[in-house]
Write a protein that binds this ligand. Structure first.
Ligand code: HEC
Length: 277
């Protein structure tokens, strides 16, 4: 079990949290000495299954990035996750109890419908209050349409930025880089999603995920003929609830080259919820 844990840690976690568990500035926080690692095993399992995003305090230092969840890609099973968690709770000076596979399985079952990454605040840890005053909440137009522009995005990213002069989010080259919007929907229901974006032939074909609190949409970025050619493309639909929603866009799985230069995501109401997933 200990061997399995250290092997799987090297395979799935060390690229970000480093072989020494100390993390790296701008990349990932430390696991050695972390209150998140030694604290509740359920909470720890949630982080690995679904991922984590936004402001978090670890050993009194603040981070504001995105860790993709590992629980739903099929690459790793509950026993392996339990072995990793047991390993990190015993390594680098940590002294917490082992984590049973059943804890991971129960945590998975309890949040079976959830795809969205957790925030530190939702996990009730030593997070940081989301500064709601600072949040850009995107309002609907009178017809229910919602336009998520590059400028209004919160980037949870190592490289991704909003380039205000170009009015785009880019460069999208790091797999864990994500863009988040808070938005206000006039009505619950299904919304058609359109991307206003650019991508060249060489970089086209990367998979992405657009997810809201209650639905998930996967797709592949096609070429628009070049990074200087912006096109509006319909990619599917997501469900929104009435009122405040979150929408996250991120690469799905491995990223080859560049995902996309994104200018805008347009959401248009098309009917009752519960349609396309
Ligand atoms: C792609 C990089 C990446 C990978 C791979 C990754 N993490 Fe993370 N991890 C992060 C980032 C970034 C954060 C902070 C997220 C935030 O700012 O909200 C984080 C946060 C955490 C936290 C909470 C904070 C802390 O430091 O204690 C834990 C626990 C954690 N990761 C465990 C793991 C484990 C276990 C694995 C492997 C199964 C793993 N991570 C894989 C990037 C990664």
């Amino acid at each position: 079990m200990a061997k399995l844990g250290s092997t799987k840690y090297a395979q799935f976690c060390a690229s970000c949290h480093q072989p020494h568990g100390g993390g790296a500035p701008g990349l990932a926080p430390p696991l050695g000495g972390s209150e998140w690692v030694s604290g509740s095993p359920e909470r720890l399992a949630k982080i690995v299954l679904h991922g984590l995003m936004g402001p978090i305090k670890v050993r009194d230092k603040e981070w504001d990035l995105h860790m993709p969840g590992l629980g739903f890609g099929g690459a790793i099973d509950d026993q392996e996750i339990a072995a990793i968690l047991t390993f990190i709770r015993r390594a680098w000076g940590n002294h917490a109890d082992p984590v049973a596979t059943s804890v991971v399985s129960k945590t998975r079952a309890a949040a079976a419908d959830r795809k969205f990454p957790w925030t530190a605040q939702e996990l009730g840890g030593s997070g940081i209050d989301e500064k709601s005053a600072d949040l850009n909440i995107v309002k609907s137009k009178a017809d229910g349409t919602i336009i998520l522009t590059a400028k209004l995005a919160t980037v949870l990213a190592i490289k991704l930025r909003c380039h205000e002069d170009l009015d785009i989010l880019g460069p999208w080259v790091v797999q864990s880089d994500a863009a988040l919007w808070h938005l206000q929907a006039l009505a619950s229901g299904l919304y058609q999603v359109q991307l206003l974006h650019a991508c060249d032939d060489k970089n086209a074909g990367n998979e992405f995920v657009v997810e809201t609190d209650i639905s998930q949409l996967k797709g592949k970025i096609g070429s628009t003929g070049g990074f200087d050619q912006f096109k509006e493309v319909e990619i599917g639909a997501v469900d929104l609830k009435e009122g405040t929603n979150r929408l996250l866009m991120r690469p799905a799985g491995t990223l080859t080259g560049e995902l996309v230069d994104l200018r805008e995501i347009l959401l248009r109401p098309i009917g009752e919820a519960g349609g396309i997933r």
